[in-house]
Design a protein around this ligand. Structure first.
Ligand SMILES: *Cc1c(COP(=O)(O)O)cnc(C)c1O
Length: 372
């Protein structure tokens, strides 16, 4: 066990235990467990939280991405532009539609989609652009939307790490045609199991996704098209409704931790901190770049501090993508980030003492290595 775990999901729920137990008991008593009124009320609450007209609750973030792509008409033979610096689910969702992922590198400061590379990647087969708000920082949506609108290509946002993030006054998930969220337990807003959702202002798209998640039924027993089972379950919806009220406060704590980390680390040579974002960052993960990552992680572990690596291999170099024909060196910014990134403990339950201990341990580890 670590003194300071990378994240502590049980601790996050302890403060809500009485309330969660109550809503879960209500779900059990209601007899409605898959979809139903709990899911509908969470959908209304989350749509309003994001400032969107519609929300459709789903079984996971991966399903949200998949159904969003299907709903805008992506299929076999099409291309979808995304970044190699992401969690594999982004790429899986594209491939599951039969379309081909086309990667563009991330920007060296923001570590999100480099909008300057978009035009060069667009072909007549491009059916969607899928930026990822990686680590909770929103991609350069203004620039991305400008290119997308010029070519008339729909944008689907992967906002799985960005609940509550904002950019130029627009919330994550509301810039593109559809925003996709994950409520995987470790996310800024997470269930006590799997869940996800899409948000959109387009009620026809929302209705199509709502049908697709329920075996393609637009009405009971009328299967308009082939769908799947991607419904949200009522317990997750009830838990998420309770936790949604805490989200802004938790994100504020994350921002405070990130600010304190950056304040110190930016003055230490040997640590590359995230560049200032000029947007409301959700700080899902706090990622720095270091030299000799393995040694760094071992040294922190010896002091009782748990780190993560998100993500050590960029998507274009994963074994499941070799058929796409990419090679090492194709996306240098993503590859360098993958080689050097470390995620430090980041959650709303870190105490002041925890944060100061992480800071002093990180600084002494880096300085010791530079002196050696
Ligand atoms: C978590 C995550 C997903 C997938 O969400 P699940 O709910 O786990 O299916 C997709 N994209 C990104 C960037 C994620 O972090």
């Amino acid at each position: 066990m670590f003194d300071i775990p990378f994240r502590n999901l049980a601790a996050a729920h302890r403060q809500l235990e009485a309330e969660l137990t109550e809503v879960i008991s209500e779900v059990i008593a209601s007899g409605v467990y898959a979809g139903g009124p709990r899911v509908e009320s969470f959908e209304r609450e989350f749509a309003s939280y994001c400032g969107s007209h519609c929300c459709v609750g789903l079984s996971s973030g991966t399903d949200a991405l998949w159904l969003a792509l299907l709903a805008v008409g992506v299929g076999a033979g099409d291309e979808v532009i995304t970044v190699p610096s992401t969690f594999m689910a982004t790429v899986e969702a594209i491939r599951r539609t039969g379309a081909k992922p086309v990667f563009v590198d991330v920007d060296s400061d923001s570590w999100t989609m480099n909008p300057g590379l978009l035009r060069g990647a667009i072909t007549e087969r491009t059916k969607a652009i899928l930026p990822v708000h990686l680590f909770g920082r929103m991609a350069a949506m203004w620039e991305i939307m400008e290119v997308a609108d010029q070519f008339g290509i729909p944008v689907i946002e992967d906002a799985a790490q960005a609940h509550g993030a904002e950019y130029n006054g627009g919330a994550a998930g509301t810039w593109g045609r559809i925003g996709c969220f994950s409520f995987y337990p470790g996310k800024n807003l997470g269930g006590i199991g799997e869940a996800g959702a899409i948000v959109t202002d387009d009620s026809a798209l929302a209705a199509r996704i709502a049908a697709l998640r329920n075996h393609g039924q637009s009405r009971r027993s009328v299967h308009e098209e082939m769908g799947w089972n991607c419904r949200m379950d009522a317990i997750q919806a009830a838990v998420l409704s309770v936790k949604l009220r805490m989200l802004d406060g938790w994100n504020e704590k994350r921002r405070f931790v990130a600010m304190r980390y950056t304040e110190v680390f930016q003055r230490v040579s040997g640590i590359v901190t995230p560049a200032p974002s000029g947007s409301d960052h959700a700080h899902h993960l706090y990622v720095i770049k270091v030299e000799n990552r393995d040694e760094f992680i071992d040294s922190l572990a010896k002091s009782g501090i748990e780190c993560g690596v998100h993500y050590p291999v960029p998507a274009h170099l994963q074994p499941c993508c070799t058929d796409l024909g990419y090679r090492p060196g194709d996306f240098p910014v993503s590859e360098e980030l993958a080689a050097r990134c470390v995620s430090l403990p980041m959650h709303a339950d870190l105490t002041h003492a925890d944060v100061e201990k992480v800071i002093s341990t990180v600084v002494s580890t880096v300085l010791r290595r530079r002196a050696a």
